[in-house]
Design a protein around this ligand. Structure first.
Ligand code: GLN
Length: 232
């Protein structure tokens, strides 16, 4: 059975703070969010034990490669370079990238206006790659987590943040409310997948089957509505 095929509780890495996918619940102190609850539903479906390990995003792929981690669910974009070093599940969420500036900024209206500007984003992400490939920024400031990345914009240390659309939307409704605005369209559509050490063929197949079952039985939709307040 699935429960006996994989020995011991799996170590499941997630980002420290990537709301609403994963973040620390201020009241309970526990990590929660769409990724956390989706993984929990998958694990229950498979009869799997696991322990959740929040960590800086940039450490997750190396941890999977070295075998210290068994699973990574962290809003991780499926992309060819990563698929060479880790295995991915089927896609479970579609996102894109957005440019965020202070509300009173009138000079930056999209990615093309980031030439010669200071841009803040997160180390090792698709946003880092995208900004470096599509803008001649004066400086790309890289931070290990969302808090520092957004703070740099709020305190004037950066002209813009480039980051994942659902996380920008969450920030605009919370800490950044009234202080920031999105400029330009949604850039670089991308899908998130759950990552595993290379060669986790059996585990990936079972996770995909569980994911399909959760889509089929309405659980996926329920979680999506709960965390994104919109239909999948
Ligand atoms: N989706 C982005 C990536 O995979 C950012 C993920 C994150 O910061 N947790 O690079």
């Amino acid at each position: 059975s699935a429960a006996t095929a994989f020995a011991g509780p799996l170590v499941v890495a997630t980002d420290t703070n990537f709301p609403p996918f994963e973040f620390k619940d201020p009241t309970t102190g526990d990590h929660t969010g769409f990724d956390v609850e989706l993984w929990d539903a998958i694990a229950k479906e498979m009869g799997l034990e696991y322990s959740l390990q929040p960590m800086d995003f940039n450490g997750i792929i190396p941890g999977l490669q070295s075998g210290q981690l068994d699973v990574g669910i962290a809003g991780m974009t499926i992309k060819p370079e990563r698929a060479k070093v880790v295995d991915f599940s089927d896609p479970y969420y579609n996102a894109g990238l957005l440019v965020l500036v202070k509300s009173d900024n009138t000079d930056i209206n999209g990615i093309e206006d980031l030439n010669g500007r200071v841009v803040s984003t997160k180390t090792g992400t698709t946003s880092e790659d995208y900004v470096k490939a599509h803008a001649q920024a004066k400086e790309v400031k890289l931070f290990p987590n969302n808090d520092a990345m957004f703070m740099e914009l709020l305190t004037g240390g950066a002209d813009a943040v480039v980051f994942d659309s659902p996380v920008i939307a969450d920030f605009m409704n919370k800490a950044g409310q009234g202080q920031v605005k999105v400029v330009g369209p949604l850039y670089q559509g991308q899908s998130y997948g759950i990552a595993f050490p290379k060669g986790s063929t059996e585990l990936v197949q079972k996770v995909n089957a569980a994911l399909a079952e959760l889509r089929e039985n309405g659980s996926y939709r329920e979680l999506y509505l709960k965390w994104f307040h919109t239909e999948p």
